[in-house]
Design a binder for this molecule. Structure first.
Ligand SMILES: [Zn+2]
Length: 304
């Protein structure tokens, strides 16, 4: 979501389905799936030379799959890593695996961050790739080595419960998926996402030394620990705005969205409502806010 308190960098001029080297030993290919949620499109990364790994094969788009396979022509794809199971990141996996025989690694299949409440549907279900299954599930901190590269799995739940970032040891950088991006903050939408997990994952990255992140959308994040600190302060600011509004009286989520998001792109109103719900779930769990029954998108909220 757009916000003025984070030093966003929206420069990004890569053409779809072309290959460029974004960091030493790291190439990227942009899928042609731009949207308010994907910016210019999803980035697939290629790590190494000769025997390579692919991070996030991307959407089920034959042009993108062909471009990605073209980019590694004459090389062997030994591993595929998936950051999370949204439909712009993982549905190309079966075709890339069939063409290359690569081992597919991820935290696990898609799952919600918490059990569904009675009558509740997974709200962004159309965006989930529920078909995805890794060949091998990765644990937090697990190291995977290939030909000339070493990758550490960094569990970063929040945007999705199974979100994983990947640290490339040789280049001291992190493939941050949708967890941290230079152009925007990600949507954190219950029940697939959870604000408490997301904040814990930000604090986890803030304690790491890697200065550069390569996200799933948009250009590199530079000065990453400082940028992550801005992300944390931004969410703390959102939380403070919600509490400030509730101090004036009980409110529903549309009222809170209008009070908090000024000049919001109309296409993002629903996602903003879900982000506010994510904050309210967290605030209710911490005993700061109350509602009747489980926190829900239709609920009314008040200070506890
Ligand atoms: Zn995503």
């Amino acid at each position: 979501m757009a916000s003025e308190d984070i030093p966003f960098d929206k420069r990004f001029d890569l053409a779809p389905e072309t290959v460029d080297e974004v960091a030493p030993g790291v190439r990227r290919v942009l899928a042609n799936n731009p949207s308010p949620f994907t910016f210019k499109g999803t980035l697939s990364y290629i790590v190494g030379r000769g025997k390579v790994a692919i991070i996030d094969p991307g959407p089920l788009d034959d042009t993108h799959i062909a471009a990605l396979l073209d980019a590694v022509r004459g090389e062997t794809v030994t591993h595929v890593f998936v950051t999370h199971t949204h439909r712009d990141h993982s549905p190309a996996v079966p075709k890339i695996k069939a063409a290359t025989g690569a081992l597919v690694l991820a935290q696990g299949p898609h799952r919600a961050a918490r059990p569904l409440h009675v009558g509740e549907a997974p709200r962004l279900d159309a965006s989930n790739d529920t078909e995805f299954h890794p060949d091998r599930a990765l644990a937090d901190g697990e190291i995977v080595s290939g030909a000339g590269w070493t990758i550490e799995a960094v569990a970063t739940p929040g945007h999705t419960a199974n979100h994983m970032a990947y640290a490339l040891k040789e280049a001291a950088l992190i493939f941050s998926g949708d967890h941290v991006m230079a152009w925007s903050t990600p949507v954190v939408a219950p029940p697939d996402g959870a604000m408490s997990d997301y904040m814990a994952s930000l604090h986890k990255l803030a304690g790491r030394s890697e200065a550069t992140y390569l996200p799933g959308h948009g250009g590199p994040v530079r000065d990453a620990p400082r940028f992550v600190a801005h992300y944390i302060r931004h969410r703390q600011g959102r939380e403070a705005s919600i509490l400030h509004r509730l101090a004036k009286g009980e409110a529903d989520i549309p009222t809170l969205v209008r009070a908090i998001y000024i000049g919001l792109d109309p296409r993002l109103v629903r996602a903003a409502g879900l982000s506010v719900l994510a904050h309210l779930e967290d605030l209710c769990a911490r005993g700061l806010v109350a509602t009747d029954g489980e926190p829900s998108i239709e609920g009314r909220f008040r200070l506890a």
